[in-house]
Design a protein around this ligand. Sequence first.
Ligand code: ADP
Ligand code: MG
Length: 237
Amino acid sequence: MLIRCEDLWKIYRLGDVEVQALRGLHLSIQQGEFVAIMGASGSGKSSLMNILGCLDQPTKGRYWLNNVNVAALRSDALAEIRNKQIGFVFQNFNLIPRTSALENTQLPLFYRGIPLREQRVMAMEALRRVGLQGRERHYPTQLSGGQQQRVAIARALVTGPSLLLADEPTGNLDTESSREIMIILDELNKAHGMTIVLVTHETDIATYANREIIIKDGRVLLDRNTRADLQQLSSEV
Ligand code: ADP
Ligand code: MG
Protein backbone atom coordinates (compact mmCIF):
# COMPACT_ATOMS: atom_id res chain seq x y z
CA MET A 1 0.00 0.00 0.00
CA LEU A 2 1.44 3.39 -0.98
CA ILE A 3 -0.81 5.45 1.31
CA ARG A 4 -2.56 4.40 4.48
CA CYS A 5 -4.31 6.89 6.76
CA GLU A 6 -5.93 5.85 10.00
CA ASP A 7 -8.14 8.07 12.12
CA LEU A 8 -6.67 11.27 10.71
CA TRP A 9 -7.61 14.50 12.50
CA LYS A 10 -6.67 18.04 11.57
CA ILE A 11 -7.72 20.74 13.97
CA TYR A 12 -6.85 24.37 13.28
CA ARG A 13 -6.89 26.74 16.24
CA LEU A 14 -7.56 30.40 15.54
CA GLY A 15 -7.50 32.08 18.92
CA ASP A 16 -10.46 30.62 20.81
CA VAL A 17 -12.01 29.11 17.71
CA GLU A 18 -11.33 25.51 16.77
CA VAL A 19 -11.91 24.23 13.23
CA GLN A 20 -12.04 20.46 12.79
CA ALA A 21 -11.02 20.12 9.14
CA LEU A 22 -10.44 16.34 9.28
CA ARG A 23 -12.44 14.22 11.72
CA GLY A 24 -11.11 10.69 11.90
CA LEU A 25 -10.55 10.05 8.22
CA HIS A 26 -9.53 6.59 6.95
CA LEU A 27 -8.02 6.09 3.51
CA SER A 28 -5.80 3.64 1.63
CA ILE A 29 -4.37 4.11 -1.85
CA GLN A 30 -2.31 1.58 -3.79
CA GLN A 31 0.65 2.24 -6.04
CA GLY A 32 -0.55 3.04 -9.57
CA GLU A 33 -4.04 4.28 -8.67
CA PHE A 34 -5.58 7.43 -10.16
CA VAL A 35 -7.86 8.90 -7.51
CA ALA A 36 -10.19 11.90 -7.69
CA ILE A 37 -11.13 13.53 -4.40
CA MET A 38 -14.33 15.53 -4.48
CA GLY A 39 -16.42 17.37 -1.92
CA ALA A 40 -17.91 20.73 -1.09
CA SER A 41 -15.71 23.72 -0.33
CA GLY A 42 -14.49 23.50 3.26
CA SER A 43 -14.95 19.72 3.48
CA GLY A 44 -11.23 19.18 4.21
CA LYS A 45 -9.80 18.24 0.80
CA SER A 46 -6.82 20.60 0.87
CA SER A 47 -6.10 19.76 4.51
CA LEU A 48 -5.93 16.11 3.50
CA MET A 49 -3.73 16.82 0.46
CA ASN A 50 -1.31 18.86 2.57
CA ILE A 51 -0.93 15.95 4.96
CA LEU A 52 -0.62 13.38 2.15
CA GLY A 53 2.06 15.60 0.60
CA CYS A 54 3.98 15.92 3.89
CA LEU A 55 3.47 19.69 3.79
CA ASP A 56 1.60 19.48 7.08
CA GLN A 57 1.22 17.04 9.97
CA PRO A 58 -2.08 15.70 11.28
CA THR A 59 -3.19 16.82 14.73
CA LYS A 60 -3.90 13.18 15.53
CA GLY A 61 -3.80 9.86 13.71
CA ARG A 62 -1.40 7.80 11.63
CA TYR A 63 -0.22 8.17 8.07
CA TRP A 64 2.00 5.60 6.38
CA LEU A 65 3.61 6.51 3.09
CA ASN A 66 5.48 3.57 1.56
CA ASN A 67 5.17 1.85 4.95
CA VAL A 68 6.86 4.71 6.81
CA ASN A 69 4.77 6.33 9.55
CA VAL A 70 5.32 9.91 8.44
CA ALA A 71 3.04 11.32 11.15
CA ALA A 72 5.88 10.54 13.58
CA LEU A 73 8.66 12.21 11.58
CA ARG A 74 10.42 15.47 12.29
CA SER A 75 10.19 18.30 9.79
CA ASP A 76 13.64 17.71 8.21
CA ALA A 77 12.87 14.02 7.61
CA LEU A 78 9.47 15.05 6.28
CA ALA A 79 11.07 17.51 3.86
CA GLU A 80 13.33 14.77 2.55
CA ILE A 81 10.40 12.45 1.85
CA ARG A 82 8.58 15.31 0.16
CA ASN A 83 11.55 16.09 -2.04
CA LYS A 84 12.24 12.47 -3.00
CA GLN A 85 8.81 10.93 -3.39
CA ILE A 86 6.18 13.57 -4.04
CA GLY A 87 5.33 15.96 -6.86
CA PHE A 88 2.82 18.78 -6.39
CA VAL A 89 0.57 20.66 -8.76
CA PHE A 90 -1.55 23.53 -7.46
CA GLN A 91 -4.50 25.50 -8.79
CA ASN A 92 -2.43 28.67 -9.18
CA PHE A 93 0.53 26.97 -10.93
CA ASN A 94 2.97 28.50 -8.37
CA LEU A 95 5.67 29.16 -10.95
CA ILE A 96 8.50 31.53 -10.15
CA PRO A 97 7.93 34.77 -12.09
CA ARG A 98 10.60 36.20 -14.41
CA THR A 99 12.12 32.71 -14.56
CA SER A 100 11.98 30.58 -17.70
CA ALA A 101 9.97 27.37 -18.07
CA LEU A 102 13.28 25.50 -18.16
CA GLU A 103 14.62 27.09 -14.97
CA ASN A 104 11.31 26.55 -13.17
CA THR A 105 11.47 22.88 -14.11
CA GLN A 106 15.13 22.59 -13.07
CA LEU A 107 14.52 23.98 -9.60
CA PRO A 108 13.77 20.70 -7.73
CA LEU A 109 16.88 19.18 -9.33
CA PHE A 110 18.96 22.14 -8.18
CA TYR A 111 17.75 21.51 -4.61
CA ARG A 112 18.89 17.92 -4.96
CA GLY A 113 22.37 19.01 -5.90
CA ILE A 114 22.22 17.54 -9.39
CA PRO A 115 24.89 18.98 -11.75
CA LEU A 116 23.68 21.81 -13.97
CA ARG A 117 24.21 19.99 -17.25
CA GLU A 118 22.16 17.03 -16.02
CA GLN A 119 19.47 19.39 -14.69
CA ARG A 120 19.09 20.83 -18.18
CA VAL A 121 18.77 17.45 -19.86
CA MET A 122 16.21 16.19 -17.34
CA ALA A 123 14.18 19.41 -17.41
CA MET A 124 14.14 19.47 -21.23
CA GLU A 125 12.84 15.89 -21.23
CA ALA A 126 10.14 16.70 -18.65
CA LEU A 127 9.01 19.72 -20.71
CA ARG A 128 8.91 17.55 -23.81
CA ARG A 129 6.67 15.06 -21.99
CA VAL A 130 4.11 17.79 -21.34
CA GLY A 131 4.28 19.03 -24.93
CA LEU A 132 6.28 22.21 -24.31
CA GLN A 133 9.29 21.55 -26.52
CA GLY A 134 10.30 24.83 -28.15
CA ARG A 135 8.92 26.88 -25.24
CA GLU A 136 11.70 26.17 -22.73
CA ARG A 137 12.94 29.77 -22.69
CA HIS A 138 9.50 31.35 -22.30
CA TYR A 139 8.65 33.16 -19.09
CA PRO A 140 5.39 32.40 -17.25
CA THR A 141 3.85 35.69 -18.50
CA GLN A 142 4.51 34.57 -22.09
CA LEU A 143 2.58 31.33 -21.58
CA SER A 144 -1.16 30.63 -21.42
CA GLY A 145 -2.68 29.30 -18.19
CA GLY A 146 -2.74 25.77 -19.60
CA GLN A 147 0.92 26.03 -20.64
CA GLN A 148 1.89 27.37 -17.21
CA GLN A 149 0.17 24.42 -15.59
CA ARG A 150 2.06 22.10 -17.92
CA VAL A 151 5.34 23.67 -16.73
CA ALA A 152 4.16 23.02 -13.17
CA ILE A 153 3.51 19.37 -14.08
CA ALA A 154 6.97 19.11 -15.69
CA ARG A 155 8.48 20.52 -12.51
CA ALA A 156 6.49 18.00 -10.44
CA LEU A 157 7.53 14.98 -12.50
CA VAL A 158 11.16 15.89 -13.25
CA THR A 159 12.39 14.17 -10.07
CA GLY A 160 10.49 10.96 -10.87
CA PRO A 161 8.20 10.96 -7.81
CA SER A 162 6.12 7.91 -6.93
CA LEU A 163 3.19 10.12 -5.99
CA LEU A 164 1.73 13.12 -7.80
CA LEU A 165 -0.68 15.31 -5.83
CA ALA A 166 -2.79 17.86 -7.68
CA ASP A 167 -5.12 20.21 -5.78
CA GLU A 168 -7.69 21.57 -8.27
CA PRO A 169 -5.15 21.63 -11.13
CA THR A 170 -7.79 22.70 -13.65
CA GLY A 171 -9.58 25.13 -11.33
CA ASN A 172 -8.26 28.19 -13.18
CA LEU A 173 -8.38 26.75 -16.70
CA ASP A 174 -10.84 26.76 -19.59
CA THR A 175 -12.39 23.51 -20.83
CA GLU A 176 -9.87 22.79 -23.59
CA SER A 177 -6.80 23.50 -21.42
CA SER A 178 -8.35 21.39 -18.65
CA ARG A 179 -8.76 18.51 -21.07
CA GLU A 180 -5.11 18.79 -22.14
CA ILE A 181 -3.96 18.72 -18.52
CA MET A 182 -6.09 15.67 -17.79
CA ILE A 183 -4.74 13.83 -20.85
CA ILE A 184 -1.19 14.46 -19.59
CA LEU A 185 -2.06 13.20 -16.09
CA ASP A 186 -3.82 10.18 -17.58
CA GLU A 187 -0.72 9.40 -19.66
CA LEU A 188 1.58 9.74 -16.62
CA ASN A 189 -0.65 7.30 -14.76
CA LYS A 190 -1.17 4.77 -17.55
CA ALA A 191 2.20 4.77 -19.31
CA HIS A 192 4.47 5.57 -16.37
CA GLY A 193 2.50 4.02 -13.50
CA MET A 194 2.58 7.22 -11.48
CA THR A 195 0.11 7.28 -8.61
CA ILE A 196 -2.07 10.37 -8.91
CA VAL A 197 -4.34 11.92 -6.32
CA LEU A 198 -6.32 14.83 -7.68
CA VAL A 199 -8.78 17.20 -6.03
CA THR A 200 -11.52 18.58 -8.23
CA HIS A 201 -15.05 19.89 -7.94
CA GLU A 202 -15.86 19.11 -11.58
CA THR A 203 -17.46 15.73 -12.28
CA ASP A 204 -16.15 15.56 -15.86
CA ILE A 205 -12.59 16.04 -14.58
CA ALA A 206 -13.15 13.27 -12.01
CA THR A 207 -14.12 10.82 -14.78
CA TYR A 208 -10.46 10.60 -15.84
CA ALA A 209 -9.70 8.88 -12.52
CA ASN A 210 -10.27 5.21 -11.72
CA ARG A 211 -11.55 5.90 -8.25
CA GLU A 212 -13.69 8.63 -6.79
CA ILE A 213 -13.67 9.62 -3.14
CA ILE A 214 -16.14 12.11 -1.75
CA ILE A 215 -15.16 13.92 1.45
CA LYS A 216 -17.75 15.48 3.70
CA ASP A 217 -17.07 17.22 7.01
CA GLY A 218 -13.56 15.80 7.19
CA ARG A 219 -14.50 12.16 6.59
CA VAL A 220 -14.90 9.86 3.60
CA LEU A 221 -18.57 9.89 2.58
CA LEU A 222 -18.26 7.73 -0.54
CA ASP A 223 -15.43 5.73 -2.09
CA ARG A 224 -16.02 3.95 -5.37
CA ASN A 225 -14.08 2.38 -8.17
CA THR A 226 -15.44 4.23 -11.20
CA ARG A 227 -13.94 1.86 -13.80
CA ALA A 228 -15.49 -1.17 -12.03
CA ASP A 229 -18.86 0.62 -12.20
CA LEU A 230 -18.36 1.09 -15.94
CA GLN A 231 -17.50 -2.59 -16.39
CA GLN A 232 -20.52 -3.56 -14.37
CA LEU A 233 -22.72 -1.32 -16.50
CA SER A 234 -21.40 -2.71 -19.78
CA SER A 235 -21.86 -6.32 -18.67
CA GLU A 236 -25.47 -5.56 -17.75
CA VAL A 237 -26.25 -4.19 -21.21
P1 ADP B 1 -11.41 22.28 1.07
O1 ADP B 1 -10.08 22.17 0.41
O2 ADP B 1 -12.27 21.06 0.91
O3 ADP B 1 -12.15 23.52 0.66
P2 ADP B 1 -9.92 22.87 3.50
O4 ADP B 1 -9.14 21.68 3.94
O5 ADP B 1 -9.21 23.96 2.82
O6 ADP B 1 -11.17 22.37 2.65
O7 ADP B 1 -10.64 23.49 4.78
C1 ADP B 1 -11.37 22.72 5.72
C2 ADP B 1 -11.76 23.63 6.89
O8 ADP B 1 -10.59 24.02 7.58
C3 ADP B 1 -12.45 24.91 6.45
O9 ADP B 1 -13.42 25.23 7.43
C4 ADP B 1 -11.33 25.92 6.43
O10 ADP B 1 -11.81 27.21 6.67
C5 ADP B 1 -10.45 25.43 7.57
N1 ADP B 1 -9.03 25.73 7.35
C6 ADP B 1 -8.25 25.30 6.31
N2 ADP B 1 -6.99 25.72 6.43
C7 ADP B 1 -6.95 26.45 7.59
C8 ADP B 1 -5.91 27.16 8.29
N3 ADP B 1 -4.65 27.19 7.83
N4 ADP B 1 -6.24 27.78 9.42
C9 ADP B 1 -7.49 27.73 9.90
N5 ADP B 1 -8.51 27.09 9.31
C10 ADP B 1 -8.26 26.45 8.17
MG1 MG C 1 -9.18 23.25 -1.17
